[in-house]
Write a protein that binds this ligand. Sequence first.
Ligand code: NDP
Length: 257
Amino acid sequence: MTKLLEGKNIVVMGVANERSIAWGITKSLHNAGANLIFTNRQERSYNKLVKLLDKHEIEPKAIISCDVASDESVQEAFNEIKEKIGVIHGLVHSVAFAKREDLQGEFVTTSRDGFLLAQEISAYSLVSVTNAAKELMTEGGSIVTQTYIGAEQVVPGYNVMGVAKASLEASVRYLAEDVGKHGIRVNAVSAGPIRTLSAKGVANFNEKSQVVEEKAPLRRNIDQDEVGDATLFFLSELARGITGEVLHVDAGFNIIG
Ligand code: NDP
């Protein structure tokens, strides 16, 4: 049987280490037969990624540097992908950032630059990479980003990132409308709390994860592999009729009042 993503070129942004959601996604996409192209920002993440790929015997098509804070860096990265790979069929956006001091205490004290930084890296970056990626998606494509329930409800401490995720989810819908006519879909996975490097910056992370274990219909948390499989679904033909959607992969936590 042909694998779901056999022959498909997929760009994965945001593997920092083996706890990263993007690493769970990488494993799912690799098992589905995808050709993988990676982008990362810090050298530390690059080194970790190279080791992980080696350990798991995954051969990347390319690993390219990209800092989403810079328009030039995004453009150069996609120019390089165009030169090296040509057409792409999918893009995984698993990138976010906020200042640690803005992820605790009261949202009302958020500074102007902290607010703008979170919006820039965590929400605007999806707009800029979608614009660059669509030029390479000449056979249609699928773009998937990662969000959190803090976009819909107040999750104490998530603060500036909750507002950035609300902006990200609205961007998913506006982008879906713009690129839909080119056969490109844009969706988001809303994952339950997962212990990653980024999650360390969020105040009371342990409590959040404990509440999910107690209250979620499945009475447990979810892991990177489950987010990986849901992202694979969005990238595959199985989701061909779905765009502008936010899919919760949270053991059902979001339905509980
Ligand atoms: P990680 O820390 O593992 O991944 C975050 C990634 O963002 C890193 O690879 C980092 O790259 C990248 N990044 C940050 N700033 C930039 C930048 N300027 N340019 C390019 N890349 C950048 O954490 P997660 O896996 O948890 O986060 C991935 C996504 O999942 C985020 O959008 C997060 O909000 C979301 N999410 C996380 C949940 C959780 O509980 N962990 C729950 C729901 C959603 P580098 O290391 O090179 O700086």
